[in-house]
Design a protein around this ligand. Structure first.
Ligand code: ADP
Ligand code: MG
Ligand code: MG
Length: 253
């Protein structure tokens, strides 16, 4: 099972002028094996939703619930969320000088599984994951995120996704800054993850182009901290043609 349920979620962020409400009642269920795309204009709160699910300390949940297979996610620590089966790429966006990609992945895998992976199969798995993502085997020896290009950061994210094998993945702007070849490689990785079955994916993106490679079952349009519209994949095609104008115009009147 892998069911992520977000119900009437309200979130505020601490700013210099005090708390600011960003999410104003978000309700969304990602059922077993479903891929949901969240699209929307810049500043609409998409990343805030991702950070809130991840348990980022800057974001305060002021109302609503988030559960994974019925377990209360909001009362879990960041580590507990990962162990429960949530993958949030932006959990580790920082540079970790002196920690190699290989060691980082092994530490993360050990923390999530509660035991260290068997070395022989692990090395094979890591090398296979890097290769499939068109990353050089020496990538494993580099310090995490230190001097990574935008594309390398995203490929590293997807390597984590494949190796850590969560139940539900929240991917925020996984497509940003990728050229077309990298976009295909990264999308293939997400699709390999999906093909394991029962996996939930919440794909957050401003642009429609990644949805040509990763097919969503549902598309939600996020405007001003709320879902303004939802539909099937055809909604993404419509957004590609029309942009977000009609939502943002009505939101500012
Ligand atoms: P999106 O990902 O859709 O572009 P965000 O969730 O990043 O939107 O931001 C939504 C709104 O919340 C924006 O107005 C942004 O300025 C504000 N915001 C988000 N995080 C912070 C923060 N840490 N401090 C202050 N304002 C924030
Ligand atoms: Mg933004
Ligand atoms: Mg964002």
């Amino acid at each position: 099972m892998s069911k992520l349920e977000i119900n009437d979620l309200h979130v505020s962020v601490e700013t210099d002028d005090g708390p600011k409400t960003i999410l104003k009642g978000v309700t969304l269920t990602i059922d077993d094996g479903q891929t949901h795309a969240i699209m929307g204009p810049n500043g609409s709160g998409k990343s805030t939703l991702a950070y809130s699910i991840a348990g980022h300390p800057k974001y305060t949940v002021t109302g609503g619930t988030v559960t994974l297979d019925g377990q209360d996610v909001l009362s879990m620590s960041v580590d507990e969320r990962a162990r429960a089966g949530l993958f949030l790429a932006m959990q580790y966006p920082v540079e970790v000088p002196g920690v190699s990609v290989s060691n980082f992945l092994r530490t993360a895998k050990t923390a999530i599984d509660g035991e260290a992976p068997k070395l022989r199969t692990w090395v094979k798995d890591v090398n296979a994951a890097l290769k499939q993502l068109d990353l050089d085997p020496t990538f494993g020896t580099r310090s995490v995120n230190e001097g990574f290009s935008g594309g390398e950061k995203k490929r590293h994210e997807i390597a984590q996704l494949e190796l850590l094998d969560p139940k539900v993945a929240v991917l925020d702007e996984t497509d940003s800054g990728l050229d077309i070849d990298a976009l295909k490689t990264v999308s293939d990785g997400v699709n390999r993850f999906k093909s394991k079955g029962d996996k939930g994916v919440l794909l957050i993106t401003h642009y429609t182009r990644i949805l040509r490679y990763i097919k969503p079952d549902f598309v939600h349009v996020f405007v001003d901290g709320r879902i303004a519209e939802q539909g099937g994949p055809e909604l993404a095609d419509q957004l590609e043609a029309e942009g977000y104008d009609r939502y943002t115009k009505s939101a500012t009147v």
